[in-house]
Design a protein around this ligand. Structure first.
Ligand SMILES: [Zn+2]
Length: 350
């Protein structure tokens, strides 16, 4: 790991024993289990597994991957899928070429995308603010002897890298959470600041891969819960959503998602160019169908195929979306579909 910088004053940090130190502002970035932490905020998701179960899981995983994953399956199936379903990386085929020098995966989570990208890059940097996520990837990395994956505790506001470093930056399922950083600026301003930070770290011509929900997605229209654990809030004007959430959830509404048009404006304001939108179905998390949203031509064919192949497993809201979409195609109004797709994968250039 060379040339990491102090996110506070941009000076290159030096090694001091195991820690890293900034000689300009004297900040020390400590190391834990081989991972350096640059972020002030650390989060864990206690509802997933308590600390004791996590320790058992990691111990089992370290001695044998399969017995560790079996243990996790019994404890929490959702988390097991999150850590193991490689469909998470399905959208990466949209990238024009899979040959990169340096890639950054912001909020690398389960590490599935980072892991996949290590085969296509000289170095992949995976950052996250959840130590347990990093511990998990670190065990897989050691087990599989992956040498070009560097794990760091950092967030979008504390990126310890010099400007113009990366050819590709991944932001998958992260931007909607950026507004939760408890600061005075509103969620949109924080998201814009985060995106500008990302832009700065990209080389000229570098690519951003962004996965995020559609604010007006059919799942939300039909009453699905959003990231604020709230129904219908994403559809409301922000001030109303905020009052509603303070009343019902006792918290601000700060997990902003956007329509295609609004997302495009946010990215343009943050300095991105050549912004391409794709519908990710059922979502960007584990996308099975990905379709460009500037091309309505093959839409009908893809939707019919999706309905036919998945008749028994598609959830109600997606079947409903497919039927509306087919109707719209017949009415030659397929452009409307882009307002209703559950989520987007977006590729943009610096
Ligand atoms: Zn410093």
């Amino acid at each position: 790991m060379k040339n990491l910088i102090c996110p506070h004053c941009k000076e290159i940090v030096r090694k001091k024993k195991d820690d890293l130190i900034c000689h300009k502002c004297n900040k020390i970035y400590s190391v834990k289990e081989g991972i350096h932490y640059f972020n002030n905020t650390v989060i864990d998701y206690p509802k997933e597994l308590d600390e004791n179960d996590h320790d058992v899981f990691f111990k089992k995983l370290s001695s044998d991957l399969n017995s560790g994953l079996d243990y996790l399956y019994k404890q929490n199936r959702f988390l097991h899928r999150y850590y193991t379903d490689s469909n998470r990386a399905n959208g990466l085929f949209l990238l024009p070429t899979l040959k990169y020098k340096k890639i950054l995966d912001v909020g690398c989570g389960s590490g599935i995308i980072s892991h996949f990208l290590t085969k296509h890059a000289e170095e992949v940097y995976g950052i996250d603010i959840c130590p347990n996520r990093l511990r998990f990837i670190n065990i897989i990395k050691e087990k599989e002897n992956i040498r070009n994956l560097i794990l760091i505790g950092a967030d979008i506001f504390s990126l310890p890298f010099p400007d113009n470093t990366f050819d590709l930056i991944i932001l998958n399922g992260v931007l909607e959470w950026v507004g939760c950083a408890h600061r005075l600026e509103g969620p949109r301003d924080l998201q814009k600041e985060g995106l500008k930070n990302i832009l700065g770290k990209l080389k000229k011509g570098g690519k951003l891969y962004l996965g995020i929900e559609n604010r007006y997605g059919i799942n939300y229209i039909l009453g699905g819960k959003d990231h604020n654990n709230s129904r219908f809030s994403s559809l409301l004007p922000r001030a109303l959503a905020n009052s509603f959430n303070k009343l019902t959830n006792k918290k601000n509404y700060d997990t902003y998602t956007y329509s295609m048009k609004e997302t495009n404006i946010l990215l343009e304001e943050s300095g991105f160019k050549k912004i391409m939108f794709y519908a990710a179905i059922p979502s960007y998390r584990f996308p099975y169908y990905i379709h460009p949203l500037d091309n309505d031509k093959d839409m009908k064919c893809i939707i019919s195929k999706m309905l036919k192949e998945n008749k028994d497993i598609l959830p109600f809201h997606l079947k409903f979306l497919c039927k509306i979409a087919l109707l719209l195609c017949r009415m030659k109004a397929s452009k409307v579909i882009r307002f209703l797709v559950p989520s987007f994968i977006i590729i943009a250039d610096k």
